[in-house]
Design a protein around this ligand. Structure first.
Ligand SMILES: Nc1ncnc2c1ncn2[C@@H]1O[C@H](COP(=O)(O)OP(=O)(O)OP(=O)(O)O)[C@@H](O)[C@H]1O
Ligand SMILES: [Mg+2]
Length: 513
């Protein structure tokens, strides 16, 4: 028996409320509840129906040891950075959700992926629910993805999509986007949470029934006007996010959820006229435009998944005329910046209280690791004192509230990558277990030690180089002879992603410590 009732559903989180109110009781979003009619089968009916469906599909128990696991082996897509994030490729019959802000490049990435799969002999179908075929064709020509075996259906109706799948019988289908597809049988407006979830569930059913690899595009809007991918996360196998700053060419692909492998791997692309191009050597990209004479600059060897990534952290400290001095963090955690400023003040005597402080991770990348604390402290101290840090230096260490410097996981991998790129010295926690390293190590136990080290090793802006490696590194040549890879990255659009370091100006002189 089917029961009907009126409910109020939040368009941001999908939460239900019996009565309308201005604020969602589940997620706290304002003005997000919309009235919907919900149809529910009574428990007896739904149990009976699922029993019948199970019997009809012949879903009988099998011994786990006898299950054929080969079917869930990932198949490479041909887009290397995507395969890296997915742990090898797309698993046949899996459903992947790709979320990202408008204009970030979701359609571009998936069109390139379909093109590569079709070029490899797969049958690929693009459900273009937002763009006309002519528009998609122009993009495909630009991306070199006009290949045989790639079909397009410009449809927004779920039954039409199912019919197209039945006709083309593809190996892989992309639905761009899930928010614009609607099921006429559902009593809710297109784009509503009910529609999005209903259509996603139907497409998941189709994927499993036909062993059809499916990728859904999901929009994320700041206002949450459309149902975001959060609602869909439970029904799909894999959730990917595509990020990047609008004004940078760099795009970052991550897996938030992955039923077939680990999350944590990072895929890096550069947006170019020819589409998204993988960035196999990201450290070079981030350091490509590094200035030689900038106080307030330190390099942190970050880890993104299994991949080390050297990122320049910049700080600018400027006397403030404001009652509440400014603290601004770009690509870094603002709370962490405030914490480190306080630790520098209280534990190392660096007076920053009356200064505006800006800090940034250069190149549009986000650094969330506490392991970046030491490098950020060095950048802040060197900016406050107007001292240039040695250019061949990297630093990693987590800073505690007591000013102590703690170890960071995978330090040897990080330092090996730094050595590969021509860096020659590293500031590391005193307790770091590093029997040998290609770098000259300076061990620091506290933030005060690190600040004291800056005072001796740093040099005033415009002075002579500290350490023979610095000038050579800036010029792109490693001290041991061969050209340093720091500025030697080949490939299209070199350095475009890292060119807009907004805070690259010199730090203001400050003699308060
Ligand atoms: N001719 C071009 N040269 C370089 N980059 C381009 C060109 N045309 C488009 N782009 C880039 O592609 C982006 C749009 O990509 P795409 O349409 O794949 O994004 P999307 O995430 O699918 O957007 P939406 O959410 O609107 O569907 C633009 O923001 C721009 O950065
Ligand atoms: Mg798009």
């Amino acid at each position: 028996m089917i029961k009907r009732r009126t409910v109020h559903r939040c368009q941001e989180c999908g939460g239900l409320a019996a009565r309308w109110s201005g604020r969602c009781p589940t997620c706290g979003a304002w003005n997000s509840l919309v009235e919907e009619v919900e149809e529910r089968a009574t428990p007896a009916a739904s149990v009976g129906r699922s029993l019948l469906e199970g019997a009809a599909r012949g879903e009988l128990p099998v011994l786990l040891a006898e299950v054929d696991a080969a079917a869930s082996t990932p198949r490479p897509t041909g887009i290397e950075e995507l395969d890296r994030v997915l742990g090898g490729g797309l698993v046949p019959g899996s459903v992947t959700l790709l979320g990202g802000e408008p204009g970030i490049g979701k359609s571009t990435l998936l069109l390139q992926t379909l093109g590569a799969l079709a070029a490899g002999g797969a049958r690929a179908l693009l459900v273009s629910a937002e763009e006309a075929p002519q528009q998609v064709k122009r993009r495909a020509a630009r991306l070199d993805a006009l290949v045989a075996g790639l079909w397009i259906v410009p449809s927004t109706s779920l039954p039409e999509v199912a019919a197209a799948v039945a006709e083309v019988d593809p190996d892989v289908v992309v639905v761009d986007s899930i928010q614009t597809v609607y099921d006429p049988d559902l009593d809710a407006a297109p784009g509503s949470v009910t529609q999005v979830r209903g259509c996603a569930q139907a497409l998941v059913g189709l994927a499993k029934a036909r062993d059809l690899t499916t990728v859904l595009v999901g929009h994320v809007t700041k206002e949450g006007a459309l149902a975001g991918p959060r609602v869909l996360e439970h029904v799909v196998d894999t959730v990917l996010t595509f990020e990047g700053e609008r004004h940078h060419a760099l795009r970052l692909l991550r897996a938030v959820k992955h039923r077939f492998g680990a999350t944590g791997e990072l895929g890096l692309f550069e947006m170019t006229e020819q589409g998204l191009i993988g960035v196999p050597d990201p450290s070079s990209l981030f350091l490509g435009d590094r200035g030689a004479e900038t106080p307030g600059s330190a390099v942190f060897p970050a880890m993104e998944g299994h991949r080390p990534l050297l990122v320049e952290l910049q700080a600018l400290v400027s006397p403030s005329g404001l009652a509440m001095p400014r603290r601004s963090a770009q690509g870094l955690d603002g709370g962490r910046l405030s914490l480190l400023v306080a630790v520098l003040e209280r534990r190392a005597g660096v007076a920053l209280g009356g200064a505006d402080i800006f800090a940034s991770a250069v190149g549009g990348v986000r650094i969330a690791e506490p392991g970046a604390d030491l490098a950020l402290c060095l950048a802040l101290a060197s900016a406050a004192r107007d001292l240039v840090l040695p250019l061949d230096l990297v630093a990693c260490g987590e800073v505690g509230l007591g000013g102590e410097i703690r170890q960071v996981a995978q330090t040897p991998r990080r330092l090996a990558e730094a050595a590969r790129l021509g860096f020659r010295r590293a500031l590391v926690p005193a307790g770091a277990d590093l029997p040998s390293s290609a770098l000259t190590l300076t061990r620091v136990a506290t933030v005060a030690d690190a600040v004291a080290w800056v005072a001796t090793a740093g040099r005033g802006g415009g002075g002579g180089a500290v350490g023979g490696g610095a000038a050579r590194l800036a010029a792109g040549t490693g001290p041991s002879g061969p050209p340093g890879p720091v500025s030697g990255r080949a490939g299209p659009g070199r350095g475009a992603a890292s060119r807009s370091g907004a805070l690259s100006g010199g730090g203001a002189p400050d003699d308060r410590w």
